[in-house]
Structure formats: C-alpha cells, structure tokens
Design a protein around this ligand. Structure first.
Ligand SMILES: [Zn+2]
Length: 122
C-alpha cells in the first residue's frame, strides 16, 4: 500500500517535470521568431520584387533580418542594416532615388529647363 502510493507520487512528479520541459521548449521557439512584418524582397532567381510577410530573426550582436519565401521556392533575406543587397538591387528604390534627385535640382542645373518648363525663378 505504502509502496504503491510512493510510486504514484513519483509518476506524478515525472509527468509534471515533462510538462514543464515541454512548456519551456515552446517558449524558446516563440522567442526565435521575433516579429512578423510586411517587407519588400528581391528574388535573385526570378529577378523581380515582391512584398511579403517576413519573419524576423535575431542573431549574434542583435543583428536582425527578415526571411520570406518566393513563389519559385527560393528563400530570400532582408537584412536590416545599410549593407543590405536589396538597397541597390531594387528597381523601385532606384526610381525613387532618381525622382528625389530631380526634385532637388537648382536652376543652374542643365536639366532644370526640361523639368520646370523653362521658368527660371531668380
Ligand atoms: Zn523567385
């Protein structure tokens, strides 16, 4: 009788321990995926841009990047710092850069007449 009770208690304790371990493992997995966010990606194999929900990961030294899968099956990465290859591969960003360049030209610029109809406001 006494032995049986002891055995029951032992089994209960083991089950509790196992559940606690499972819960801890789950919490660690959740921590791996830090953030979900809509990010623009560039696919090298399709050579096109697409917007998708990227899952963010955190690495050593708090570096952060987003991972997403293209329609072709390739995984693409967006790095969240200035050396991100997307910044010079993206055609959309390049277009924006060019537009903002011509927005800020001054009247002495050779292209000024073409953009502003020859009106030189001086
Ligand atoms: Zn692709």
């Amino acid at each position: 009788m006494l032995k049986e009770k002891r055995l029951e208690k032992y089994i209960e304790r083991r089950i509790d321990e196992r559940d606690r371990m499972k819960r801890r493992e789950k919490a660690e997995k959740v921590e791996l995926i830090v953030d979900r966010k809509q990010v623009d990606f560039w696919c090298k194999t399709c050579k096109r841009e697409y917007r998708s929900i990227g899952r963010s990961r955190k690495g050593i030294n708090n570096t952060q990047w987003y991972v997403s899968r293209c329609v072709c099956g390739k995984y693409n990465i967006r790095r969240m710092y200035s050396t991100d290859p997307y910044l010079y591969l993206s055609k959309m960003l390049r277009r924006e850069r060019v537009n903002s360049y011509y927005d800020t030209i001054d009247p002495t610029h050779e292209m000024f007449d073409i953009f502003y109809g020859g009106e030189k406001r001086l």
